[in-house]
Ligand binder design. Sequence first.
Ligand SMILES: Cc1ncc(COP(=O)(O)O)c(C=O)c1O
Length: 485
Amino acid sequence: MNGLPPLSSRAMGRISATRLASTLGQWHRGGPRSGGHDLADALATRIRDGRLPPGTRLPSERELAVALGVSRTMIGAALERLRDAGLVVSRQGSGSWTAAPPGVRPPDAGLPGGAGPIDLTRASPGAADGLLPAFEAARRALREALRDETYDDLGIAPLRERIAARYTARGLPTAPSEIMITNGAHHGFALALRLLAGPGDRVLVEEPGYPHAFDAVTAARGHLVPVPVDPFAASGWDVEGIAATLRQTAPRLAYLMTDFHNPTGRTMGAGDRERLGAALAATRTHAVVDETAVDLGLGGEEPDGGGPASGPPPLAAFAPRWTITVGSPAKTHWGGLRIGWIRASEELIGRLGEVRASLDLGSPLFEQLWLSGLLSDPGPVLGPRRRELRGRRDTLVASVRAELPDWSFRPPDGGVNLWCRLPEPVGSRLAGAARQHGVLLTPGARFGVRDGLERWLRLPFTQPPERLREAVRRIAAARAGLVAP
Ligand SMILES: Cc1ncc(COP(=O)(O)O)c(C=O)c1O
């Protein structure tokens, strides 16, 4: 055991076989003979980038074989490779632990300024100003609400009305009965997944894409079918390619982020939305469209007040019967609210409600009142939020250009991330090295279905400008210290 800090307290100690299997996702790349090799590679990536910190006790070979559905021989071969690479140590009769990658030393005690590490693994801005006055208003509204029913299946009416009105203003006529309040956007996706896809079903996802969505599909024993999103091409999405994938692989569900894509920050053009909507309808494929970042357009053309997003109409406007849109205030206001919503046809909302009833019976009333107040006048929160993120994006863009001039990226149209292409395939190693310099990073591989995005790194710009500048300086130092692969 060396003294490296764990990536998070949850990652410390031991990891269960099921958790490890879920962390590994779709690790198997080649044919039946490459299993041990592929498994060792997938584990090595996670040890190097800090997802499996040094000193993590691994499950037994037998448990791992069961969880991954492979032979013990394959597990043994993978561990043997990792031992040879110095990434795992095993003790007869006691088990196996991850080890620090060779050449990695524990960080010197204390970082400059005595501060803790700069955490760029989370892409969530802090709580917006304006939350507390709305909290007080919600407290007053609670008096009235306490007289009403305790449970409200779809969520409170004023909140659903406000959310529906914003869709209507964006070109997607929506009634409050087409809105269900959830416990976050991710909850909405999990419900749709439960309703529409079962074990063994294919789910089309974007690559790079949102890792927690991948995890949800893998945990539901679905198969991920990736389609690329290109950060540099004139259009981020190859809609003809997606249409062909829909026809050829017949996924039960697609998961898309048209506004704004995580992690590339791209937005889909109106023509592409129309063609994609037609392809979904023609193949009768349901799609979840995750619009968590829709109100974070950073092009400068966004209204500085709280008006709805000014881009093309939502994808749902082009395939209303097939589309389930999920949204939340997690990025615009605060992730701690744990409230979100689903927008879908009344028929689908009814079916989603039935699925939900086996899991939970609605979302907390007080938080709904709080969000309802915030959405009654979104300007005071949204305007400053967009301005702040625009400034932070510009700071990060300038810092990366200055410190890492051979990295390439396309400044994002919106959202909270800069998706960077490195000249060399060292994303996971760089994430490991950056930890030594006091910066926690999520390597690009985490945004891929299989660990194929080693040339990429996601840098969120949710922290204050001076921390972003310092983070980039440290990443540049870490990178300079990396030996050639
Ligand atoms: C694309 C995307 N979807 C969903 C979420 C989670 O949203 P919520 O906190 O509302 O569940 C995030 C948060 O980072 C996200 O980036």
